[in-house]
Design a protein. Structure first.
Length: 419
């Protein structure tokens, strides 16, 4: 009776966050009661740089020693997200669980290849502790339900859960901004455009450099409040207006105040060399920017701010997400216990500091912002993550439709990339 009451309460909590108010099947919840995760060997694949890899491996040792079920998780760093993706989708060898960054052109494996995390999330024994449930549902809600999927059989599933946020932000040369007489970041589109155009008054400086790819274009579309309505974007078929954020970049390009980065890392190098006032890029690049700026001939003060949002706009984010490949109930449950552990406060803090990304747990964001040992730039990143609406990249959307809605000029820039 007590367990039944808990499930009812949890379902009500979830319904507050998801407008469609779905729920996991009773059969699935009941089946989990007799599953044991004990003594399972779990293969875990992830993507990370050297510093983050060291943190993850240390956490794996901690989990293997401390978990109550004798679960052993063995991690393999697959390097870049493309390498991880190819390993999962092409290789005969598969992991039990993986963390990855979604690829806007490839999406995810079919829903049927991934374990449903919905029942695991709210199960009375195996689910997230009651005190943390609002945090988790807030995280899923904050991503605009991008991870709540209705498959071809009309069954609601949660195939993955975000671990860390990686939104696109605007990197800013503070020294050059001050030279122009500005002391604060632009908060409106008009002010952003004015500052970019004013930068032409400085010697050998343009306004903004941006990578002309799907990631950037979709990020600016989200800043305008664009959200795909379905797999085929049906509600957008009749739209003829272009996104104002895209128009800003195009108009600045015509005025000589912006430029696309046509080569890999060109944006980072040109910004670090002091040739641009702003650079549009992901949070995950912050450490590379820091090293590059420090090594430049004339290091400067810099920070980040969100691309000016419209009233309904959101920051586009390519999250580090966790998913479990379908396998035996025992292996899925053991993988889930590790995934749930990675959402705990202490682990979130270590992962965030190791990666430089934004933790999905808002309590951890608040805690880290008071840490005197972290950089001012990372505190600014955390402040943005704690206060801005974030939209995780929907893993199921129509990229072709989006491309039909942006200007031919942007498409020409894309076609001329030299990557």
């Amino acid at each position: 009776m007590k367990n039944t009451f808990s499930l009812i309460i949890w379902a009500l909590v979830l319904s507050l966050f998801f407008s469609c108010a779905p729920s996991p099947s009773k059969e699935r919840l009941k089946a989990l009661n007799s599953v044991s995760p004990s003594d399972q060997d779990i293969a875990f694949w992830y993507q990370a740089g050297p510093d983050e890899e060291a943190v993850i491996e240390e956490l794996l040792d901690e989990f293997n020693i401390s978990n109550d079920y004798g679960i052993k998780v063995t991690g393999v760093n697959k390097g870049f997200h493309v390498d991880l993706w190819n390993s999962i989708t092409v290789s005969d060898e598969k992991p039990d669980i993986f963390w990855f960054t979604a690829d806007e052109n490839k999406g995810l494996p079919g829903v049927r290849d991934l374990a449903d995390l919905f029942a695991l999330l709210v199960h009375s024994k195996w689910g997230v502790p009651k005190g943390d449930l609002p945090t988790v549902t807030e995280t899923l809600s904050k991503t605009a339900g991008g991870y709540l999927v209705q498959d071809e059989f009309s069954e609601w599933t949660i195939p993955l859960i975000p671990i860390l946020y990686d939104p696109c932000l605007v990197y800013c040369n503070l020294d050059r901004l001050n030279e122009l007489g500005y002391t604060d970041f632009p908060e409106s589109r008009d002010e952003f455009r004015q500052i970019c155009e004013a930068s032409l008054l400085l010697d050998d400086v343009k306004g903004i450099i941006y990578p002309p790819d799907s990631r950037t274009l979709l990020t600016t579309a989200y800043a305008d409040g664009w959200v795909p309505s379905g797999e085929n974007g049906e509600s957008l078929e009749e739209e003829e207006t272009l996104f104002s954020s895209g128009n800003i970049l195009i108009n600045l390009h015509r005025a000589g105040a912006s430029a696309p980065a046509l080569k890999k890392f060109e944006g980072q190098m040109e910004f670090s060399g002091g040739h641009f006032l702003f650079s549009l890029d992901a949070v995950s690049g912050a450490r590379y920017y820091a090293d590059s700026i420090q090594a430049s001939a004339k290091p400067f003060q810099w920070s980040v701010f969100p691309f000016p949002l419209e009233e309904t706009g959101q920051l586009g984010s390519w999250d580090r997400s966790g998913a479990i490949l379908s396998s035996s109930p025992e292996e899925e449950l053991a993988s889930w216990i590790f995934l749930k552990w990675s959402l705990s406060r202490d682990v979130q803090a270590k992962l965030a500091l190791g990666s430089g990304l934004i933790p999905v747990n808002p309590d951890v964001i608040a805690m880290l912002r008071t840490d005197s040992t972290i950089s001012d730039v990372y505190k600014d990143i955390l402040k943005i993550g704690g206060e801005s609406p974030i939209l995780s990249f929907p893993w199921k959307q129509d990229t072709e439709l989006f491309y039909r809605l942006i200007s031919e000029e942007f498409l020409d820039i894309l076609a001329n990339q030299d990557n």
